[in-house]
Ligand binder design. Structure first.
Ligand code: IVH
Length: 665
């Protein structure tokens, strides 16, 4: 008994500590702990919760790592409709809006009119419901009236408090988004053809994922801009934003109370440039009437309220000259045309290059060298060439000619059936592909070899010291010292970094090899299904295609890769160099009693948390889903089982008690 009491105290203390650091990191952006120290605290908490499952609560920070698989999200009704905003690109319309509100308020006998100006975050709107301080529901906007219950995914977002001060029901609305840095990191970890076009698409896609552990890895953020349910119903909007901050939410902090049109205009003008310095994307300014009590008097149209408006900044465009087109060779051999532009300032940075994607895009644009072109940054991080200023076409324009041979190794290019890109087929020898593979291998999400940058890779490949990633581990200090910008100290640093990389997990190594279509998520699935590369090497295509999320195209690509003699030779080199070709955490051998079975839990279990019970099922080959259908295999009903039990009985799905479930394990 004393054990559990002591554990409960420690658990409470760890949770407070972890949530405090979470807040410092994600809301205040003033971290006090390193990632490793933070992970250590979380690790201690998770270990204690595993030992004392009764201590697990839904607001524990351990719940942020996810783990539930949801097949279908349940629909939920919003407490009141989630309206959208009417948009305008014109300052004159902002003025009209302001005057209209003023006139309507005058009719009500109100002559003062404060507006709150906020940034318009470019993400996805959600609604959070807190009951007696506990986060009980997170939902998407859906059609405004009805959305999807995505609570399991929302819990993984560190800037969403799992518990706040307060009683009764409170609703908080705001925007989920991805910081530019997190977006880039996510895209970097995905195969090229699966990359998201912008952070908003990445956020929308991630919120709908069925595997909440994957959602947790996507690092999304949340800002709040709406609070309802507080006892003081007349509290103005500005004070509500302040209150949200006190409750532990981030509001982005860049809002301002504006007393007149001049202040509104100044706010819009200030942020039109300043917004580029923010770590996330914004696409405008939202103006809201501060006096919440007067909002109802103004009412709403079918879709948007009359007390608010969104001013959207025009897409950022510039016109510049196309000086040349170069052809880049990717690490998988694809040829990408890149526009070399006369440098021009656009949306806070100088642009001198922009991808033209492929030859079809060049034809679509009808673009020629020396043309004047319009480039645009709209939402996307990377600027795009969107059109040619044909009226200004100079006399000396030249056609863009697709090279017949690889610009790096002169091998004739090929076009694969059904693809738009051309490829250099010289996988083994093309220096550009070798360099690309080395850089990918060293990148942060792969083997994370910090001292191996582009300049060094260029040299190592140019003097043929390194031809594949295995050669890196054969490098010696004297070979490195004399390279340009190296010296003894840098050489030693590199060797140390390489040495450290030998202990990276098998999963990382698999991703680092850079197999076509194998991003981080696929590498994770694969290394769970195949604990060593030797086993994976022997797997047949049909067998691979049975691994979750691996389709026939990916399976074929993996088989083709491992069938190459050079790859087999490379794996030998890596093995000799002491890299981890098998996972060290050997999963305990358990039975496959749940193979192919979908399981639904309802009510609370006495001896397991939901998470533990789910893990037990997954380890034994089953899947855990949230909502029930006629096709569900098994319902485990605990104490106070709810509507899912009724549905199970109606659909005739097999229902077992906790004791029977244990027996099945
Ligand atoms: S207020 C009725 N404030 O813009 C008012 N929305 O078109 C509802 N958005 O769905 C929203 N930043 O996704 C509000 N500071 C902000 C916002 C914001 C971004 C998004 C939100 C909403 C859409 C409205």
């Amino acid at each position: 008994m004393t054990d559990i009491i002591q554990a409960a105290e420690r658990v409470a203390q760890l949770r407070r500590e972890i949530e405090r650091h979470n807040h410092l990191y994600y809301v205040e952006a003033k971290p006090e702990l390193s990632d490793v120290e933070f992970d250590r605290l979380l690790g201690q908490l998770m270990a204690l919760e595993r030992q004392f499952p009764d201590l697990v609560t839904p607001d524990s920070p351990s719940q942020r790592v996810g783990g539930t698989i949801t097949k279908e999200f349940e629909s939920v009704l919003h407490r009141e409709p989630m309206l959208s905003l009417s948009n305008t690109y014109s300052l004159a319309e902002v003025e009209e809006f302001y005057n209209r509100v003023k006139k309507l308020l005058a009719l009500e006998g109100v002559d003062e009119q404060k507006m709150v100006a906020e940034l318009k975050f470019d993400g996805v709107a959600i609604s959070l419901l807190y009951r007696d301080g506990l986060l009980v529901r997170g939902a998407t906007r859906g059609d405004g009236v009805q959305g999807d219950d995505i609570t399991v995914n929302i819990r993984t977002i560190s800037s969403v408090p799992l518990r706040i001060d307060g009683t009764g029901e409170l609703e908080v609305r705001g925007e989920v988004f991805m910081r530019k840095e997190d977006f880039e990191q996510l895209n970097e970890s995905r195969p090229e053809e699966e990359r998201f076009a912008n952070p908003r698409n990445a956020t929308a896609g991630s919120l709908k994922l069925q595997d909440s552990a994957e959602v947790a890895r996507r690092n999304m953020s949340f800002v709040a801009y709406y609070l309802k349910g507080i006892s003081d119903e007349s509290m103005p909007h500005f004070s509500r934003l302040k209150l949200l901050e006190t409750l532990g939410f981030s509001t982005g902090e860049h809002y301002q109370s504006c007393g007149d049109l001049k202040e509104i205009g100044d706010f819009i003008a200030y942020w039109s440039e300043e917004r580029w310095k923010l770590p996330y994307e914004t696409d405008g300014v939202v103006l809201k009437l501060d006096a919440v009590t007067l909002r109802d008097k103004l009412g709403a149209t079918a879709k948007s309220p009359r007390w608010a408006i969104a001013y959207k900044y025009p897409a950022q465009q510039a016109i510049t000259a196309l000086n040349a087109v170069i052809f880049q060779v990717g690490r998988l051999g694809s040829i990408t045309p890149v526009a070399e532009l006369e440098p021009v300032l656009l949306a806070g940075s100088t642009v001198s290059r922009s991808t033209l994607h492929n030859f079809d895009e060049i034809e679509r644009l009808g673009i020629m060298i020396h043309d004047r072109v319009v480039i645009e940054k709209s939402g996307e991080v990377i600027p795009k060439v969107i059109s040619v200023v044909v009226e200004e076409r100079p006399l000396d324009v030249l056609s863009i000619v697709l090279p017949l041979n690889c610009p790096e190794c002169a091998m004739p290019l090929v076009k694969l059936e059904g693809e738009v890109s051309y490829y250099c087929p010289n996988e083994e020898e093309c220096p550009a592909q070798i360099r690309g593979r080395l850089l990918h291998f060293a990148s942060r999400n792969a083997m994370d070899i910090k001292s191996l940058g582009k300049a060094l890779v260029d040299q190592l490949v140019a003097i043929k010291l390194v031809k594949d990633v295995g050669d890196l581990y054969l490098l010696q200090e004297p070979q490195l010292e004399n390279l340009e910008r190296m010296g003894r100290k840098s050489a030693r640093n590199l060797l140390r970094a390489l040495d450290e990389s030998r202990s990276r997990s098998c999963e990382r190594l698999l991703y680092a090899l850079g197999i076509r279509h194998v991003g981080r998520a696929t590498a994770r699935e694969l290394s769970q299904a195949y604990p060593s590369l030797d086993l994976l090497l022997k797997a047949r295509e049909e067998e691979l295609a049975t691994v979750p999320d691996i389709g026939s195209v990916v399976a074929r690509s993996i088989c083709d890769y491992f069938a190459r003699p050079s790859v087999q030779h490379l794996l030998e080199k890596l093995r000799d160099a002491g890299l981890q070709l098998s996972s060290s955490e050997v999963t305990p051998q358990v039975n496959r009693n749940f193979a192919g079975l979908t399981v639904i839990f309802t009510g609370s279990l006495d001896r397991y948390t939901r998470q533990q019970a789910s893990e037990l099922v997954v380890e034994r080959g089953g899947r855990v889903v949230e909502s029930i259908s006629k096709k569900s295999g098994l319902v485990v009903a605990g104490q106070e089982a709810g509507s899912k039990l009724d549905k199970a009985l109606k659909f005739g799905v097999r229902v077992v008690s906790e004791a029977e479930f244990e027996g099945m394990l």
